[in-house]
Design a binder for this molecule. Structure first.
Ligand code: GLG
Length: 832
C-alpha cells in the first residue's frame, strides 16, 4: 500500500507524475474532496449516487495526465491517427473497467471501505451508456480498449444519444420498451468541449456561380444549420499509460434565441428551431426494424460524419497546410455503412470548402477511408430513397452522381457491354423506386473492404459484393472480430482471472496466446476442481440474480444452457425452444429418461417493430410458465428469460454458462462476438458452422465443440432445390409433437391463435431452416448431455477452450487492421 498522503494542493504542484495519488489514503482524500467540491454534499447526507459520482471524478482525475500526454500525439507529424467512425459505441459501465485498466482497483476498494461503503454497491450505481444495439456497437467499444492498450493514437467518433437502446421490461411475458434515461443522474466520465463545435448544413439547394476569374464556384444554400458540440470521454488502455479518446457529437441550435424576433410568433418559431436542432441526437434507432427511410436517421448519420471530418481536417491543418496529405494524418475506418456518407462529405469538404481539384480530392478520399461490412442480410443493407436523400443533402447527391458517373465509366471499360453488371454496381438503384446504395458508395470510396470473420468475408466476395470483388480483388481482406479480455474476463470473471494468473502469470491479459500454457493444467485434478469451483460460484451468483429479477429459483448444479443476443429469426431462439419442448415431452412420457437437469436461460432485446421477434419472447416466457410450474419435470428443466440483456447483465451471464448457444443458420451470422465471450469464460459451444464459430472450432479443437446442422453451402443448395419445411414436420413425430403443443394453446391458456403466426411461419416458410436443422440439433444436444455427466472430462474441455481462445482477443484484430488496412506501425507493449 502506498502510504504517502498527498493533498490535492501538493499533487497539483507536483505536475505530471501520473502515478501520483493512487494510494488508498490519497483516494480517500480525493473522494471526500469531490463529494465536497463537485457534489456539494456532506458525507452524512450523501446518497449512493453522490458517492459514485465522487469516486468516478477521483478516478477520472487520475486518468487525465495520461490523457493530456496522449493528446500530444495528435501534434506529432510522424504518427498517423486511427479514426474509428461508428454510429454506435456500446461501452458498458466505465467505473469498474477504468479501475481495472489503470490499476487503481485495490486502492479504490480500500478507500471506499474506509468510508464505510462497498465498492460493488457504487459499481452498481452506474447507468451504462447503451449507445448501441448489439454486436456492432460492442465491437467498436472493444476496439477502443485495444487501441488504447496497444498505444495507437486513435479517436472514436460517434453520436451522443440522449436516449440509448431502450430498457426492456417483461410484462405478462411480452417485451415492453421504456426510454433509457442514462444521463438522468449526470455523467461523470464526459467532458463537454463547448469550443470544439462545427456547423452542419441541411436541406435547401445548390447554386453555381462564376467568380471574378471565371472559375466555377458551387454554393450550397441550406434551409437549416445545426451545431455539433464535442463531448469527450477518456478510454483507459490496460496499464499502457495511454488514454484514448472517444468524441461524441451532440446537436444544438446554432443560435438558441433569435433576438431579431420581436413579435411573439417569430419568437416561438425560434424556440421551435432549437427543439428541432436538438432532436437530431435524441435517440438511438434500434436495428432490425422493418421499413427504411427515416429522415431523422439519415440526418444523424450525416451530422456525425460531417462534424467528425471537419474536426479531422482542423487537426490535420495544425500539422500541415497540404490537404493532399490528409491520408498521412488519418486512417478512417467506417464501421458498417452508417458512416458511409463520409465518402461524399470528405469530397465536398475538400473540393467545395478547401478548393482541391476533383482528382486530387478523390485520391485522398479513397486512400483515407476503409469500410467494414457486418452483414449479408439483404434487408440490413442500407439504401436511402433518392428523394429523401435529395431533400436533406442536395449537394451530396450531386457528388454521388459525379462519383457514380466516373465509376460506371471504369466499369464499362472493364466489362464492355455488360449492362446488368452496370445496373448492379451503380450507386443508384433504379428498379422499383430509386435509392442510393450505401454499401456501393462505401465500397467505391474506400481503399479497403473487410468482412468480420473468414466465412463472412468469403461469402461477401461471392454474393453481396461479388461484382466489386471481381473488379478490385486487391481491396478485399478479412479481419476476424475479437473481444477485449480486460472487460470480458478480468472485470467480469475475477475468480477465473485470478486462477489463471496464479497458474501461468498475468501476461495473458495482453498476450492471450500465453493462455496455451493452461493446457498442461488440464490434467491436474486439483486445478480442475478449482476451475469447477470458479464456475460454480459464478452460477450461484447468476442464480441469485435470476431469483431477484424473475422470481424463478434455478439449481446452480444443473447445466446452464444460455442463449443471449438480439432476438432474430436467423439466430433461431425458436430452434432452442423446440429442443426444450422435446425434452419436456420426453420426460413426461418417460419419467425415468436419463436427462441431466438443465436450466435454459435466454436474454436479448427485440426491435420494437419486429413482430415475430416479440412473439418469440412471448413464447419463451409462456413455455417457461408451464414448464417451471409442472411438478413432473421439477428439478429437471427450468426456463428463464433474463430481462434487459445489456453489457452489465452480460458481465454476470457469460461467466456462468456451461453451454453457449450459437445456432444461427449457416451463412447468416457475420461473426458473432458473444460466442467468443462465452468460450473465453469456459463455456463449451453448441453451434453451426457460421461466422466466427468456424474459427473458434478450429482453435479449440473439434472434440471440444458441439457441431450440428447444415453448412452454408448446404443451406444454399437446399434453398435452391426448393425447401419444404412441412415435410420435416410430417416426417419427424417429435418435431410434430413440439409444434403441435404450441399450436394447441397449451402455452397460451388455451388461446390456440396466439402463436399461430409463428407456427405458420415455420411450417410454410421457415426462411432460416429451423425445421431442417432440428433433428441434427437434438442429436447434438444429446451428446452435450452425455458429456456433461462426465464432469471431469467436461472441465478438461472447458480449460482447453479458454487455453485456445487467444486468437479472439480484440488486440489481435486491431493489430491486423494496423497491418492490412491502416498502415500504422505496431508499437511494442508498454513495459509494466
Ligand atoms: C453485426 C453482426 C454480428 C457481428 C457484429 C460485429 O450481425 O455477427 O459479430 O456485427 O461485427 N449487426 C451486428 O451486430
Amino acid at each position: 500500500a502506498n502510504n504517502t498522503v498527498k493533498t490535492a494542493a501538493s499533487s497539483h504542484t507536483q505536475g505530471h507524475d501520473p502515478r501520483r495519488g493512487v494510494g488508498t489514503a490519497a483516494m480517500n482524500r480525493a473522494i471526500l474532496d469531490h463529494l465536497h467540491f463537485t457534489m456539494a454534499r456532506l458525507p452524512a447526507l450523501a446518497s449512493r449516487n453522490d458517492w459514485y459520482m465522487a469516486l468516478s471524478h477521483a478516478v477520472r482525475d487520475r486518468m487525465l495526465d495520461d490523457w493530456l500526454a496522449s493528446l500530444h500525439h495528435f501534434r506529432n507529424k510522424e504518427l498517423k491517427v486511427v479514426s474509428y467512425l461508428s454510429a454506435e459505441f456500446l461501452l458498458g459501465p466505465h467505473l469498474g473497467n477504468n479501475l481495472i485498466n489503470t490499476g487503481m482497483w485495490d486502492a479504490a476498494r480500500d478507500a471506499v471501505e474506509s468510508l464505510g461503503l462497498r465498492l460493488e454497491d457504487l459499481l452498481r450505481q452506474e447507468e451504462e451508456p447503451g449507445l448501441g444495439n448489439g454486436g456492432l456497437g460492442r465491437l467498436a467499444a472493444c476496439y477502443l480498449d485495444s487501441l488504447a492498450t496497444l498505444r495507437i493514437p486513435s479517436i472514436g467518433y460517434g453520436i451522443r444519444y440522449e436516449f440509448g437502446i431502450f430498457d426492456q421490461l417483461i410484462r405478462d411475458g411480452w417485451q415492453v420498451e421504456t426510454a433509457d434515461k442514462w444521463l438522468k443522474f449526470g455523467n461523470p466520465w464526459e467532458i463537454c468541449r463547448s469550443e470544439i463545435a462545427y456547423e452542419v448544413k441541411m436541406g435547401g439547394h445548390t447554386e453555381y456561380h462564376h467568380d471574378a476569374d471565371g472559375r466555377l464556384a458551387i454554393v450550397w444554400l441550406p434551409v437549416k444549420v445545426i451545431k455539433g458540440v464535442a463531448y469527450d470521454t477518456p478510454i483507459a488502455g490496460y496499464r499502457s499509460r495511454i488514454t484514448g479518446l472517444l468524441r461524441l457529437w451532440k446537436s444544438e441550435a446554432v443560435e438558441s434565441f433569435n433576438f431579431q424576433a420581436f413579435n411573439a410568433g417569430e419568437y416561438y418559431h425560434a424556440v421551435d428551431e432549437k427543439v428541432v436542432s436538438e432532436s437530431i441526437t435524441k435517440v438511438l434507432y434500434p436495428n432490425d426494424e422493418p421499413g427504411v427511410g427515416k429522415l431523422l436517421r439519415l440526418a444523424q448519420q450525416y451530422f456525425f460524419v460531417s462534424c467528425s471530418l471537419q474536426d479531422m481536417i482542423r487537426v490535420h491543418l495544425l500539422r500541415s497546410p497540404r490537404l493532399e496529405e490528409f491520408d498521412q494524418t488519418f486512417a478512417v475506418q467506417m464501421n458498417d455503412t452508417h458512416p458511409s456518407l463520409a465518402v461524399a462529405e470528405l469530397m465536398r469538404l475538400l473540393v467545395d470548402e478547401h478548393g482541391l481539384g476533383w482528382d486530387a480530392a478523390w485520391k485522398v478520399t479513397r486512400s483515407t477511408l476503409a469500410y467494414t461490412n457486418h452483414t449479408l442480410l439483404p434487408e440490413a443493407l442500407e439504401k436511402w430513397p433518392l428523394q429523401l436523400f435529395a431533400n436533406l443533402l442536395p449537394r451530396h447527391l450531386e457528388i454521388v452522381y459525379e462519383i457514380n458517373r466516373r465509376f460506371l465509366d471504369e466499369v464499362s471499360r472493364a466489362y464492355p457491354g455488360d449492362q446488368a453488371r452496370l445496373a448492379r454496381m451503380s450507386l443508384i438503384e433504379e428498379t422499383g423506386g430509386k435509392f442510393v446504395r450505401m454499401a456501393n458508395l462505401a465500397s467505391v470510396g474506400s481503399h479497403a473492404i473487410n468482412g468480420v470473420a473468414h466465412l463472412h468475408t468469403e461469402l461477401l466476395k461471392e454474393t453481396v459484393l461479388a461484382d466489386f470483388y471481381q473488379m478490385t480483388p486487391e481491396k478485399f481482406c478479412n479481419v476476424t472480430n475479437g473481444v477485449t479480455p480486460r472487460r470480458w474476463v478480468l472485470l467480469s470473471n475475477p475468480g477465473l482471472a485470478w486462477l489463471i494468473s496464479e497458474s501461468i502469470g498475468e501476461e495473458w491479459v495482453t498476450a492471450p496466446e500465453k493462455l496455451r500454457e493452461l493446457e498442461c493444467f488440464a490434467s491436474d485434478p486439483s486445478f480442475l476442481s478449482a476451475w469447477r469451483g470458479v464456475k460454480d460460484a459464478n452460477k450461484r451468483a447468476l442464480a441469485a440474480a435470476i431469483l431477484e429479477r424473475t422470481g424463478v429459483a434455478v439449481d446452480p448444479e444443473s447445466l446452464f444452457d444460455i442463449q443471449v443476443k438480439r432476438i432474430h429469426e436467423y439466430k433461431r431462439q425458436h430452434l432452442n425452444l423446440l429442443h426444450i419442448l422435446t425434452l419436456y415431452h420426453r420426460i413426461k412420457r418417460d419419467p425415468g429418461a436419463q436427462i441431466p437437469p438443465r436450466t435454459f436461460i435466454f436474454g436479448g432485446k427485440a426491435a420494437p417493430g419486429y413482430f415475430m421477434a416479440k412473439l418469440i419472447i412471448k413464447l419463451i416466457n409462456s413455455v417457461a410458465e408451464v414448464v417451471n410450474a409442472d411438478p413432473e419435470v421439477a428439478g429437471r428443466l427450468k426456463v428463464v428469460f433474463f430481462p434487459d440483456f445489456n453489457v452489465t447483465n452480460g458481465q454476470l451471464i457469460y461467466p456462468a454458462a456451461d453451454l453457449s448457444e450459437q445456432i444461427s443458420t449457416s451463412g447468416k451470422e457475420a461473426s458473432g462476438t458473444g460466442n467468443m465471450k462465452f468460450s473465453l469464460n469456459g463455456a463449451l459451444t453448441i453451434g453451426t458452422l457460421d461466422g466466427a464459430n468456424v474459427e473458434i472450432r478450429e482453435e479449440v479443437g473439434e472434440e471440444n465443440f458441439f457441431l450440428f446442422g447444415l453448412n452454408a453451402t448446404e443451406v444454399q443448395a437446399l434453398k435452391k432445390s426448393g425447401y419444404h419445411p412441412g415435410r420435416f414436420y410430417e416426417e419427424d413425430w417429435e418435431l410434430r409433437e413440439a409444434i403441435d403443443a404450441v399450436r394447441s394453446g397449451l402455452f397460451s391458456h388455451g388461446d390456440a391463435g396466439l402463436f399461430q403466426p409463428l407456427v405458420d411461419h415455420l411450417l410454410y416458410d421457415d426462411e432460416y431452416l429451423a425445421l431442417a436443422d432440428y433433428r441434427s440439433y437434438l442429436e447434438c444436444q444429446e451428446r452435450v448431455s452425455t458429456a456433461f455427466r462426465q464432469r471431469e472430462l467436461w472441465s478438461v474441455k472447458s480449460v482447453l477452450n479458454v487455453a485456445r481462445m487467444g486468437k479472439f482477443s480484440s488486440d489481435r484484430s486491431i493489430r491486423e487492421y494496423c497491418e492490412k488496412i491502416w498502415k500504422v506501425p505496431i508499437r511494442p507493449p508498454f513495459p509494466h
